[in-house]
Design a protein around this ligand. Structure first.
Ligand SMILES: C[S@@+](CC[C@H](N)C(=O)[O-])C[C@H]1O[C@@H](n2cnc3c(N)ncnc32)[C@H](O)[C@@H]1O
Length: 252
């Protein structure tokens, strides 16, 4: 999801203000304090997806409950203060943090991919860790005739992604537990630290001729089929099982 167009810190201030409006509105409407806290916090956590960096997301997501806590004067059981953290954990599950937090693929980042990684109509393409579906949208733009699949660990993101990309098969799962052997192309936008694991998994599971594509992060040790730089600062590393040359294992 792209960051808010407003200059920082206006997005955070706007988000907190809207959370407070919702919170006070719900209290006035007769809802309980815990319900109002949970609903307004959920709104803030939703807005946090628009933040362009981790710190901004945390500030947007936690700003409202923290300001409420500091303001005091609200009689809530202690457990109610765990709600904001639980909501954040739902949308950014810790397991997924190890691999990659939610950052989106730019819309045009994969446009040149078919020139170096052509796929037959109906080919199976996986966005491993599909987040809100930006990678799937970019893949669809590149391969309109492919069967697109998305795998994501965070339940709310799976739900949202499936709604944004109804033409894709989106399901919840761990990209490292999933079987990659049925895919003609596996697309990743994870972290540098995840790449050795991705190399090992792709080497073990991808069928001959299949592609491993990584946005931004190189599979160090493998020779890429191509490195595309259609979007500045967002290199697309393309590897193919029967084209990869590596001086040392691992190989695809
Ligand atoms: C950088 S985002 C990329 C989102 C999407 N692929 C895109 O390019 O727009 C990485 C995503 O991978 C998800 N993720 C991280 N580790 C995962 C895992 N082990 N299994 C499933 N999803 C994971 C995160 O929750 C996050 O949504």
């Amino acid at each position: 999801m792209s960051s808010l167009r407003l200059p920082w810190p206006l997005p955070a201030l706007a988000s907190w203000g809207l959370c407070w409006l919702l919170f006070t509105g719900l209290l006035r409407a007769g809802f309980g304090a815990a319900t109002a806290l949970a609903t307004a916090t959920a709104l803030g956590v939703g807005f946090s997806l628009l933040g362009g960096s981790w710190w901004r997301r945390l500030l947007i997501g936690l700003g409202f409950p923290l300001s409420l806590l500091i303001a005091g004067g609200l009689a809530l059981p202690a457990w109610a203060w765990l709600l904001p953290l639980a909501l954040l954990a739902l949308i950014y599950p810790l397991n997924a943090w190890r691999d990659a937090p939610l950052f989106p693929t730019p819309a045009d980042a994969l446009n040149e991919l078919p020139t170096v990684a052509p796929l037959a109509p109906g080919a199976n393409v996986l966005d491993a860790g599909c987040g809100l579906g930006h990678g799937l949208l970019a893949l669809r733009q590149a391969y309109p005739l492919a069967e697109l699949h998305g795998l994501e660990w965070s339940r709310p993101l799976v739900w949202l992604c499936a709604r944004r990309c109804p033409w894709a098969q989106v399901r919840r799962g761990d990209i490292w537990q999933a079987d990659w052997s049925g895919y003609d192309l596996v697309y990743l936008f994870q972290r540098p630290e995840s790449m050795p694991r991705a190399i090992a998994k792709a080497s073990a599971e991808l069928k001959p001729g299949a592609y491993l594509v990584s946005l931004e992060f190189e599979a160090v040790g493998l020779t890429p089929l191509a490195k595309l730089e259609g979007v500045p600062g967002k290199a697309v590393w393309v590897y193919q099982t029967n084209h990869v040359q590596s001086t040392n294992p691992p190989r695809l």
